[in-house]
Design a protein around this ligand. Sequence first.
Ligand code: MRU
Length: 379
Amino acid sequence: MADQYAQFREGDGPLEIPAIRWDEPPEGPVLVLLDQTRLPAEEVERVCTDAPALVEAISTLAVRGAPLLGIAGAYGVALAAVRGFDVDDAARALAGARPTAVNLAVGVRRAQTAYRAALSGGGDQRQAAGAALEAARALHREDAAASARMAGHGLALLDELLPGGGHRILTHCNTGALVSGGEGTAFAVALAVHRAGQLRRLWVDETRPLLQGARLTAYEAARNGMAYTLLTDNAAGSLFAAGEVDAVLIGADRIAADGSVANKVGSYPLAVLARYHHVPFIVVAPVTTVDLDTPDGASIEVEQRPGHEVTEVTAPQVPVAGVEAGGGIPVAPLGTQAYNPAFDVTPPELVTAIVTEEGAVSPVTAEALAELCDRSRQV
Ligand code: MRU
């Protein structure tokens, strides 16, 4: 195991395998995912030949993170169309695979709408499938571009909020190239800070129970040669108390019209800590994550995940998301019930700024968000 880790460490640069790619081998088109349940032990691909395989990959978090879920959902619809399956069935199953990240439903709808529009415009099945695939590819490209712009806006905001540089940034969950067509959301900002020579330390929350921070963010930070330190989620409080955190940067799965932010469980306690300690709490997300149809935080559906993710740790070292109950090492008495929400919701008054590809919103208000979405629609 030690050797496996060693070969990926210290500034190896971007991932060898992209988080997602469309491929057309002779046997027929496929969607190829970097299987995130296997990181950091190994970078291996998982090949999906139909929508049910992709639904399984989404539910087990082999592919995950809001922007990437949107891209995956769009490609999933294209896959169903190209392979001649029922597109509406596939779209329904994909959009329902996980409820909280709005990007998933948005991506699915975009490819489905392109497919239907091509058919109703007189196109045949092959042309409609082509239109769905082009919609997925466009979303993929746009997400990469949005990621680069968020990084620029985030860097500028940090310079403004924290003049003098040498930032110590705390982050939660995983928001890098593994969740994006580009370099991610919050992590892309941290990477920009690092490249500008201004990152003193990236504090990485391990992110219980599926350890996206330990397994994925630490992996990406190591590959990019960033100065990073891993901590248990519970250690964040003492880190703030010691004055070791200059800013919190997180992503988002859904931002309601009032500015409430759903993100990986554990984000809300960080927002409370940040407010108490007068530290900026910054959310970085593409405009596609803003959902004006969800009025407020209470209206966001928070995914509840199986209790065995909490009551068991999967052998040997690396937990495998979605492993069958009983497949891991029990860390609680048999029959223990677990509370396992995948996300929590931070109210807008605790969020210093929301950084998108269209710029930053601060203070976070319903009016400012609506105006941002309007602006983005006009581009
Ligand atoms: O359950 P996950 O791993 O899909 O949760 C991911 C997160 O919470 C991310 O922070 C969020 O999707 C934003 S990624 C840009």
